[in-house]
Each structure stands twice: as C-alpha cells, then as structure tokens.
Design a binder for this molecule. Structure first.
Ligand SMILES: *Cc1c(COP(=O)(O)O)cnc(C)c1O
Length: 369
C-alpha cells in the first residue's frame, strides 16, 4: 500500500508552541486575556473590520450574532442548501427556520435569484456562506438584502484569504463568522471569531458573550439578560497569534496547492474546480473537483478509487434538505446533483510535490476508467 495522504493537517511551528507555552506559564491573573486581545486585534487588522470577538467556535459566533440581530421564533433565514450543518444549527437553536435555496453551478454558493424568490414576510436574514473558500455574489445579495431591509450575514469559516472586489470575505456583511477548527487554514484547535464594523451590534454580542453582563453594568455578577458562554481561552488565542503572524504564508501555500491542481486539470473540460470569477481572489481553503455529468463518474466510485490509492478525500456536502430532520427540497437541482459527482482534494500546508502529483493522477485517472 502506498503511504497515506491526509486531506488536512495544521501547520504548527515553534512560534505557535512558544506563544502557547508562554500563555500556559504566564497568561494568568492580569495577563489572562492578553493573547485574546492580541489575537482579536491582529485578526481584525488583517480583515479590515472594526470589531472582533474571539469565540470557542464559528457555530458560537453565528449563534450570538444571529441572536443579537433578533432572529427568533418563527423567523426564516435564507441560506444555500449546500452547506455544513454548523451554519444551519444556530438558526434552529434560535427557534427560527433555515430556508434552503439552490446553488450556482460554478461557485457552488447560493443563487441570488433563488434567494429573491424565497423571501417572505417572515424572512429575517440572508446567510451567505463562502463555500470551500469560493465567493458568494455579494453585490447581488447585498442589493436583495437592501431592497428588503434584511441583514446579510457572512459565514466566512472557509474563506480566509478570499477577496471579493477588493474586500476580504467576512468583512462585507452585517457581521462575519470564522472558524479556527483544526481543519481550517488558520487553526487554534477549536475556535472562532465574530467580526463586524457595526458598533451597536458589537456591543450587543459582547454583552451576550459575557453571559449577558454589559460592560457598563456597575453591579458585579449582574446579568442584564440571559447570554451565552462561547469564549476562547487565552492559550488557544496564543496559538492564534502565532497563526495570524504567519497568515500570509498559510494562505499563499493554500493558493499554491490550488494553482497546482488548476494547472494539472487544465485542458480537461470534464473536470471543474473551484471557480474564481473576475475581480475575485480565492483563499482556496478546499480544492474540490466536480466531474461533468457526461463522464458518469460517481461519488461512490471516487471514494473507492481514492481509498485504493490511500488518499483521503472528503465527499462534497450533502444537501441539508436531504437530511431526515429537514424537509426535502429536491427542486434545488444543483445542490442535489453536484455532490454526486464531486470530491474534496487534500490541501494541507506541508503536502509535498510528489503527494500532490499522486492526488492529481487519481483525479485524472478516473477519466480513463
Ligand atoms: C467549519 C465550518 C463551520 C463550523 O465551525 P466550528 O468552528 O466548528 O463551529 C461553520 N461554517 C462553515 C462554512 C464551516 O466550514
């Protein structure tokens, strides 16, 4: 058996280890938030947003942000059918309903025309998820949001390094949410970030994130409301400070891996890869290929072939509306069709050139079977 190729693996250097060690040894008492503050500061500077709150996960950041926007019982939030459950779960927890719309065939992100059609009097927000680091059509979505006076939220968990018309993913909506899970481009093991440039929304989330205790509240242990506890620890933030100092390098490497695949698959129109529309730049978190329907290649054959070659590959997200606890929406044709002939490719920081070649050979080899 050939040696195994993993699909993701973090890049942790002596820099992150030194910061984490320092946080573990000295990050207590009046230093107990020091790395958290540094991490938030560096991250919002990278993004070009005014405010940032480090969280224990992206799911938590989304949950608090949506709660602060007043999303609750009976409300509807429009999102793409193609997504990881983490983007939908906070909507359900708030008593609201995720409304799943179809995706575009090239970016695999929500189709603005479908969003427009899905708006009802109960619609409370639009949730744009930049799938696999591909970019949503933010201008079209913002125009719809403005027309109906709705907040446009960005789940940018997969989109660090992606830039839309000069603006970084996660910095454009009412608020943005990021994940630093171990599989993401920037990792703290588990972790996330809430970002916004809306000061009032920031203050609300800050209060919510502190179990409802407003920072202006003079009484000790006096919550003004029932809040949340989705905080990041100082030790995780120390790893984050190291990662954010290396962010340029981490994104550049993702991009180089993506460019390698693009170049290997060029000249094979039956293989589509993450689409980069004009005036956008992809951070390329997860290179993904979609085979043309005419090839007859299926997810199951792809999984079997990658397994034989000892290469990890993940299946494209199932449509959320196909899960047993949601209502099926097979009319979302692209969301129900594309996953059946797609696969996510390995793209970790330290993957070697021969390993990349092995992966690309498996992808191209499928065309001859
Ligand atoms: C990873 C991911 C999440 C969840 O992030 P957590 O930090 O695990 O909560 C949410 N949305 C998207 C698009 C993701 O890729």
């Amino acid at each position: 058996m050939k040696p195994r190729i993993h699909y993701t693996r973090p890049s942790i250097t002596p820099l992150e280890v030194a910061y984490a060690t320092d946080a573990a040894a000295n990050g207590w008492g009046d230093q107990c938030y020091a790395y958290i503050g540094r991490f938030e500061e560096a991250f919002k500077t990278h993004l070009g947003a005014r405010f940032a709150i480090a969280t224990s996960s992206c799911t938590g950041a989304l949950h608090m942000g949506m709660a602060a926007l007043g999303i609750g019982d009976g409300d509807e939030v429009i999102m793409a059918d193609t997504n990881w459950i983490a983007s939908a779960a906070p909507i359900v927890h708030l008593g609201a309903k995720p409304v799943f719309v179809d995706i575009l065939p090239d970016t695999w992100c929500m189709d603005p025309a479908a969003v427009e059609k899905a708006i009802t009097p109960r619609t409370k927000a639009i949730l744009a998820v930049h799938l696999y680091g591909n970019l949503c059509d933010m201008d079209a979505l913002q125009a719809i949001a403005d027309k109906h006076s709705l907040p446009l939220i960005e789940d940018a968990a997969e989109a660090i390094g992606s830039v839309y018309h000069g603006r970084r993913a996660g910095s454009m909506g009412s608020f943005g949410a990021f994940s630093f899970h171990g599989t993401k481009t920037l990792t703290t093991g588990e972790g996330g970030m809430f970002v916004t440039s809306d000061e009032a929304l920031y203050e609300k989330v800050l209060t919510l994130s502190n179990h409802g205790r407003a920072r202006t509240q003079p009484m000790q242990f006096w919550p003004d409301m029932v809040g949340f506890k989705y905080k990041m620890s100082n030790i995780q933030a120390a790893i984050g400070v190291g990662q954010v100092e290396r962010l340029g390098e981490l994104i550049d490497r993702k991009r180089a891996i993506f460019d390698y695949y693009v170049q290997r698959f060029a000249g094979h129109p039956e293989i589509a890869i993450n689409a980069e529309r004009p005036n956008t730049h992809l951070g390329a978190w997860m290179p993904t290929v979609v085979y043309a329907a005419s090839t007859g290649i299926t997810r199951e054959r792809l999984q079997a072939e990658f397994k034989d070659e000892n290469v990890d590959a993940r299946v494209f997200f199932w449509p959320l509306s196909s899960l047993p606890f949601f209502s099926p929406a097979p009319e979302n044709k692209n969301a129900w069709d594309i996953p059946g002939r797609s696969i996510n490719l390995p793209s970790f920081h330290d993957i070697t050139e021969p390993e990349l070649a092995r992966v690309a050979d498996v992808v191209l080899g499928m065309l001859e079977k």
